[in-house]
Design a protein around this ligand. Structure first.
Ligand code: MSP
Length: 663
């Protein structure tokens, strides 16, 4: 590990405003922090993971007023929805901070007193344009056509006397610090963005609000007529929660602090916060890790658009681990991403059910079938085995580097490279053929594959802890989760004689995209709103509706009549027998019961094991003209679908009688 001088690690999420309930954007930042916290724990680091809620400021007061509750009752209620959401996403935060906590308020006052005593806070009159949505003043150059660039609304002109923090004084220091610490703010695009802000003279920061305008906040220690500006208050949570200034945790964790935020709050974290720390005589944090935005329906998620995506709904519908995997695999950390349930389902079926799920199920099935569930001992490694092992060791090293850089999608691509490699290894070693002639060779192959599965289960634990532990149980390793740390992966051959290798239900049942995407709307409010507007889910934006119409004109498919469709005799079949066809790599000979027995030749040998095919329900086109393939007459065709990852059989959703007609 690069940061080996410390063996502790501290990670924070933004503390979320309590003016809205948790959505997929909050869930992403929090899951990212969870994945990285788990990764460092797995690497043997003492880790502290902090999240919480930001409960002061105009925005929160406005939301409380419109809910009809007292501000205190309102913030308690919404803060609790955040706190209660996280266990449902397997978030392992060590502490949940609230800015209304007394200890936090005391720390804010302590920092203010220090900075005031130093002469870095002064009193002055100010007139400025203030956006309530952003809780900040804007300069004219920052506005777009006179509007706030984020909320597109005109800021209020406010003239009042306030306290100011001499932020400008720290401008040169900050530029120099960022120059000397190139990965202080990462990825690089956000470092550049901060440096671009710093090209303009840095104005002092207004850090108070008169109580006559806003009374919900932390009183200034040196003037009781004012409360603290919400950002000066909120940022301090990162040190108040770990016992600044004297607490043991502060001493241990602050030197290794890393923040996770999205690009929307880059300026407060990349500029205000380091300057505040410097003024208070505290070392800067170690890294600011900035990610992009999840967009929905090609635009921003917002309550008024009714397109809020709720994380717990998705986790419930598709499984928590699939949801966590999707978020971390689909977004390139630092860039924006479009959220769609369709792509979640695609990844679930292709990466999880097909690649990963199949690897585990086919190898466990063989170990049970051929060795009665007792994993055979490792044998001397042959060339193909050595190359598999070396590939695995390389993936472990690459994975560590990528995780430290927050390049989660790359780490997952590397792990999937290994999964693909193991699947190919099985295909080329053909263990089912070895079963007849070479039991020792068969044992060695299964042992090697079990090693890969063990390694993959450890690498995936930060992302998919439940699945990973299920596999570790199945492998019968005796220990799971954190008891299988990353450094246990240095040794090859750990799965020798472990018992029992149990058969378990599929890790990721395939999802029927057509049915699931229609079923159970994720957000009933969203659907209602769309019904009102008379449009379907994906056609929310007028532009998109237009585009769809144009596309239709261009790609009008050739239409057939019902009579033509009825000429196809499609029926449910059950594969009774499957055998390889000598001399053919691709073809298998199947005996299929479609109410009567048929011989059908299918190109499935590279995609399914012979044993897996037996007893599978399939859909058969029964009235296809017979053809002879490799000397075998085939009477019918088994339906399958193909994408870049492979071929999958179409199967009835529920067990159906052989010969049932498809209509
Ligand atoms: N309270 C401040 C943060 C203070 S931190 C000292 C705040 N709160 S917030 O509720 O608005 O949360 C903003 C953060 O939520 C973003 O920085 C990001 O972490 C997460 N996200 C909210 N919407 C998001 C997306 N659509 N996409 C990705 N993450 C986003 O700002």
């Amino acid at each position: 590990m690069k940061e080996s001088s410390h063996n502790s690690f501290y990670i924070t999420t933004p503390i979320y405003y309590v003016n809205a309930e948790p959505h997929i954007g909050h869930a992403y930042s929090t899951i990212v922090a969870d994945v990285i916290a788990r990764f460092y724990r797995l690497s043997g680091f003492e880790t502290f993971f902090l999240t919480g809620t930001d409960e002061h400021g105009d925005k929160v007061v406005e939301a409380a007023e419109s809910s009809g509750e007292t501000v205190k009752a309102y913030v308690d209620r919404i803060s609790k929805t955040f706190k209660d959401t996280w266990p449902g996403l397997d978030i392992t935060n060590d502490y949940f901070v609230r800015t209304t906590d007394k200890s936090h308020q005391d720390t804010v006052r302590e920092i203010l007193s220090r900075v005031y005593a130093k002469g870095d806070i002064y009193f002055s009159e100010y007139e400025g344009k203030y956006c309530i949505g952003c809780e900040r003043f804007y300069t004219d150059t920052e506005l777009v056509d006179g509007n706030c660039p984020i909320h597109m609304s005109e800021p209020k002109l406010i003239r009042e006397e306030n306290y100011f923090f001499r932020m400008g004084k720290y401008q040169d220091w900050l530029i120099d610090y960022i120059d000397k610490h190139p990965d202080f703010i990462r990825p690089e695009r956000y470092r550049n963005e901060v440096l671009a802000f710093l090209k303009e003279p840095l104005e002092d920061l207004c850090i108070s609000r008169p109580k006559k305008r806003l009374s919900w906040g932390i009183s200034l220690p040196f003037d009781d007529n004012y409360v603290t500006y919400v950002w000066f208050d909120a940022l301090i949570n990162y040190i108040s929660a770990i016992g600044y200034p004297e607490g043991e945790q502060f001493k241990k964790f602050w030197p290794v602090a890393q923040h996770v935020i999205a690009k929307d709050i880059l300026k407060p974290h990349g500029i205000y916060w380091p300057c505040m720390l410097k003024a208070a005589g505290i070392e800067p944090y170690q890294h600011l890790n900035v990610h992009g935005y999840w967009n929905v329906d090609a635009g921003k998620m917002s309550k008024s658009l009714g397109n809020i995506v709720r994380p717990l709904d998705l986790a419930k519908k598709y499984g928590l681990d699939a949801f966590r995997y999707f978020l971390l695999r689909d977004m390139v950390f630092g860039l924006d991403s479009d959220f769609s349930e369709e792509s979640l389902v695609r990844r679930l079926n292709a990466d999880l059910a097909n690649d990963f799920g199949n690897l585990v199920s086919r190898s466990m099935t063989m170990a049970i079938k051929y060795f009665d569930g007792l994993m055979p001992a490792p044998a001397k490694l042959e060339e193909a085995d050595i190359s598999l092992k070396e590939a695995a060791l390389k993936v472990i090293e690459d994975y560590k580097d990528m995780m430290e850089e927050f390049a989660f999608h790359k780490a997952l691509i590397a792990v999937w490279g290994l999964i693909g490699r193991a699947n190919k290894y099985i295909d080329s070693m053909k263990p089912w053929a070895m079963a007849k002639s070479d039991r020792q060779g068969l044992g060695a192959v299964l042992n090697n594959v079990a090693e890969i599965i063990r390694i993959v289960s450890v690498l995936l634990w930060p992302f998919m802890p439940q699945t990973s532990e299920k596999i570790q149980h199945q492998l019968g390793l005796g220990v799971v989760g954190l008891d299988l740390p990353l450094n246990s992966l240095k040794e090859w051959g750990k799965t020798e004689k472990v018992r029992p290798i149990s058969k378990a239900p599929p890790l990721f049942p395939r999802v029927n995209p057509v049915r699931e995407l229609k079923r159970a709307p994720l957000d009933t409010k969203h659907m209602k709103e769309q019904e009102l507007r008379g449009s379907k889910r994906r056609d929310f934006h007028p532009d998109r509706v237009k585009l769809k119409k144009e596309e239709k004109v261009r790609d009008e498919p050739e239409l057939i009549s019902l009579e033509e469709l009825e000429r196809l005799d499609l029926r449910v079949g059950i594969i009774k027998e499957a055998e390889p066809i000598p001399g053919s790599e691709k073809l298998v000979k199947l005996t299929v019961d479609i109410g009567e027995e048929r011989t059908i030749v299918a190109g499935l040998a590279n995609h399914y094991q012979i044993d897996e095919l037996k007893n599978k329900q399939v859909i058969v086109l029964t009235n296809l003209k017979p053809v002879k393939l490799m000397g075998v007459e085939s009477r019918g065709m088994i339906l399958a679908t193909e994408d870049e990852r492979g071929v999958y059989l179409l199967i009835p959703d529920k067990e159906s009688k052989p010969g049932s007609k498809i209509r």
